[in-house]
Each structure stands twice: as C-alpha cells, then as structure tokens.
Write a protein that binds this ligand. Structure first.
Ligand code: HEC
Length: 325
C-alpha cells in the first residue's frame, strides 16, 4: 500500500509542476475516469489511491462527510433531494466534491453540474462545502449506491493545503462507504425511514419486481444492514398500519411498521460492519390467482447491530407496502 502511494505521488508531481497556476479547470470540478492533464483520474470516489490525493498532495484524511437524504426508497423514475456536507480542521468554506451512482442519475442544483451520462456530479466553483441536488431513480428497480469524495480546501485556488475524505463513519478511511438508495418496482411503496446503525449507516428495503399475480420470482430485499447479523423479517396483512416508535423498548427513532403478524428469523450476508455491507433477500412468490389483485401487505426487516448506540440493539429498515397487481 505504502509503495503504491509513493509511486502515484511520483507520477503526479511532474503533472502539478507543469500546470501550477490557478485559472485552469481543475477547481471547477472533475468526473471519474476522465483524463485531466494527461492522467486518467480513475474512480475518484472509491479508494484514496485513485482520488483527489493524486494531485492534492499529502491531503488525505480528517474529513467528515455526511449525506442527508429526503427519501431513500422511491419509485422508479422518481427523484429525491440530497444534501452533501464535508467538514474538517481546514478553516474557511472552500471545497469541492465528486459523487457517482451505480444506478440512476443526478439532477444538478446550485453550484453543481453532472457529466454527460448524468451518473456523476461535481462542484462548479470551489466556494462551498455543502451542496444540495437530486438523485433520479432509474427505470429498472433495485439498489443504487452513491459514492463520494469531498475536498475541504484552504481557498488558495491551488492543490496544496487541502484535505479530502470519503463518506462514511471514519474521517480517515481510505475506502468509501456508499449512501444506499433504492428504486422500488410498481406496487411497492416505502413507509417511513430506517434508523441508523452505530456507524451512521441507513438501510433500505425495496421490491425488486412488480408484485403481479403469478410472479413467482417476487422478492423484497434489504441492503445497508449489519453483516452476519441475526435478522427478523416481519409481515402483516394490510397497509396504513401506523408506526410504533421503539423508544419504550430502548430503541428511539426505530419505528415498527407492521403489527408483527408473521415473523421469520434469518441472518444477513457477510461483509464490513462499518460499511454496513449486510443484505437479505426475502422471496415472496405471488400465486397465480386473479382474486389476489388489490390485496396489500406490509413488510419490514430488523437486524441486531453489535455496534448499536441504543440500549436495545435491534435496528429496523423502512417499512414497505406491497399491493398485488
Ligand atoms: C488531475 C489532478 C487533480 C485531481 C485528481 C484533483 N484535483 Fe483539485 N485541483 C487540481 C489543481 C491543479 C488545482 C489548482 C487550481 C486549478 O488548477 O484549477 C485544484 C484545485 C482544487 C480546488 C480549489 C483549492 C483551493 O484551495 O482553493 C478544489 C476545491 C478541488 N481542486 C477539488 C478537488 C476534488 C474534490 C477532487 C477529487 C474528487 C480533486 N480536486 C482532484 C488538480 C486536481
């Protein structure tokens, strides 16, 4: 790892010396996998070795990056607003960012713009450390992961004296933690939001295909859960069941969305805990009976969080109302 960093810095140094003067385009944002000053900048948002530090020398770490999302689980084709903020010990308010999505696209807001494909977004002027824009869900249902790097700059319009970091629990992490969003199939509607795990990650629960009669492949899937953790799958007939805040149980902010008529225990998949890489998929085959059309049910997942900051360590996803089509 150390060897690799040294090599990259050695490569980047001559580039910086060739183009040291402000007024060029770098500070007005950049997109992943594009060629800037004869180097391909790589993924930018995933790992420190191919991020802003390729040119902003000795600049990694010490940056807390948070994302506030209006609605994490939305219908295919719908949009939701997102505010991204970076903070560090560097004084002032200069900065920049790059974010990309594994699915769906971005709609620019103030001081931001997207690439031609619309799947990456960056700052336009290096005069802020917070940006509000929208994510537009794709036409195909499923999970979307948004990866981001934020550079808190000292405002000298140069590539020195700045610090960059990734979204996630640890301001010094060399690997980015995604913001998880979900595009719901027709017939599936999210209720409320998940409650965060001890690292600040939020899970999502969505329907991966249309719950039509005879869809034997219908399933609901949860992502962003604690890995290798005991999981509780909850299902109740009906919709609009109301919410029960788990504060009396010792889990304030976690809201139960079913009446717990059916409960099944299982386990989430493995992965990194701080990056909430646990997932669970629940197959719910819909019988080929036209009489079922219009019937609704509500599902939710809960998982034990070993790193919980709440007295009762069961966190829950958003609820999901499913109407058979
Ligand atoms: C290819 C080299 C390169 C990469 C990679 C790069 N930058 Fe820069 N950046 C520069 C240079 C050079 C400057 C100096 C001003 C200019 O040339 O526009 C700069 C300036 C800036 C500034 C203004 C600095 C200040 O103190 O006022 C910001 C903000 C910025 N970059 C953000 C980013 C972010 C965010 C990333 C990673 C997502 C990034 N840069 C990656 C080369 C790069």
């Amino acid at each position: 790892m150390k060897h690799k960093t040294t090599t990259l810095l050695a490569l980047a140094t001559p580039v910086v010396l060739l183009f040291p003067e402000p007024g060029l385009s770098k500070r007005t944002g950049l997109f992943p996998n594009t060629v800037v000053d004869m180097i391909n900048v790589g993924s930018l948002t995933r790992v420190a070795s191919t991020s802003c530090g390729q040119c902003h020398l000795n600049a990694h770490g010490g940056v807390t990056v948070t994302a506030t999302v209006q609605n994490r689980v939305i219908a295919t084709g719908a949009s939701t607003s997102l505010t991204l903020t970076g903070s560090s010990a560097i004084p002032g308010n200069a900065g920049g960012f790059c974010m990309d999505a594994t699915a769906g696209g971005f709609v620019a807001g103030t001081n931001t713009y997207t690439n031609a494909a619309g799947d990456a977004i960056t700052h336009m002027a290096s005069t802020a450390r917070s940006w509000t824009f929208s994510w537009k869900a794709p036409a195909t249902p499923g999970l979307a992961e948004l990866y981001t790097a934020v550079n808190t700059a000292n405002g000298d319009l140069r590539n020195t004296g700045d610090m960059f970091g990734f979204h996630g629990a640890n301001p010094n992490d060399t690997v980015s933690t995604p913001v998880r969003l979900y595009a719901n199939a027709t017939g599936c509607v999210a209720v409320g939001d998940s409650c965060s795990d001890g690292y600040g990650n939020f899970s999502v629960l969505g329907g991966a295909s249309v719950p039509s009669v005879g869809n034997t492949g219908f399933k609901v899937e949860g992502f962003g859960l604690p890995p290798s953790a005991p999981l509780l799958f909850m299902l109740s007939l009906g919709k609009n069941l109301g919410g029960f805040d788990m504060a009396p149980l010792g889990a304030p902010g976690c809201v139960l969305r079913t009446t717990l008529q059916i409960q099944i225990t299982a386990a989430t998949s493995g992965g990194s805990a701080s990056r909430a890489e646990g997932s669970f998929s629940a197959p719910l085959p819909i019988p080929n009976d036209p009489n079922l059309r219009g019937i609704g049910f509500t599902v939710q997942m809960g998982a034990i969080d070993n790193n919980s900051t709440r007295a009762f360590p069961l966190l829950v996803t958003n609820g999901l109302e499913v109407t058979i089509q």
